[in-house]
Design a protein around this ligand. Sequence first.
Ligand code: BGC
Length: 316
Amino acid sequence: MERFVFGIDIGGTAIKCGLFTEDGRLKEKWEIPTERAAEGERVPQDIADTILAKCREYGIRREQVLGVGLGVPGPVSGNGFVSHCPNLGWREKNVNEIMERLTGFVSVAANDANVAALGEMWMGGGAGVKNMVLVTLGTGVGGGIIAEGKIVAGATGAGGELGHMVMNPQESEPCGCGGFGHLEQYASATGIVRMAKKRMAETKKSSVLRGKETLSAKDIFDAAKEKDPLATELVDELGSVLARALSHVAAVVEPEVFVIGGGVSRAGSVLTETVKHHYNKGIMKALQGKEFRLATLGNDAGIYGCAKLILDRIEK
Ligand code: BGC
């Protein structure tokens, strides 16, 4: 009997879904939009609906599903409990219990960036690497720290929350979590757009970005590739703040490699090169010369890691 696993990576704008075979082959991937209204209350039902619809489409019977792995954009404790997801609106809920009730399948949730790190270690560029730090740049900024081959999830699941490191104590605008001056406010997709709008309002610098009705992180990176001065400045600032945050992390866990994932990583080598340049400036010699890679699974790292959450349970 062929058996399957669902990998569901819940993002701030889209929910990335993957149907995997038991041996880790991605059979199909698709996305549904994230309904963030009313503290994201529809999200669990939308996920259950898409999973059950996919089972019907492929004629997959209940006993053929090994489980559903979920990447959640916030700290998740060992039993699936979430206290707050800044970019989704979720407050206090047990995701494992809710998803098991709605789907009837074994469900295991973990932090989305921790799960992406697991995915990269399993099927991506992190294979064979024992000390790695993965940072995801999407609606939020997430972190997955792997030390001696193990995810550092911390006491309550908030270990590796790199997006909420305080980088600028003078910041007057709040982060989605309520704090101030967090990395996520500068280095996420939403953060760089926020900085672009601010800079355009504060300066007269000419830029192709000024004519745009809606502005995305992609627009900014594309403009930087075309040497637009304002966009170049913004990408450089993102690289600089991210590099500074990673240099702090390096001083704690000293990884062999830094991996950058999430939607913004589609910007490609301009991103890794900028971060690397800033990282090496001023850091102690022993921590210099680290490798900066793009996630080889790109934005799919999360769904792979989610599938692995379930497969690991079964293998035990
Ligand atoms: C959350 C993290 C999450 C990241 C990416 C942050 O705001 O606090 O838990 O990993 O966004 O979704």
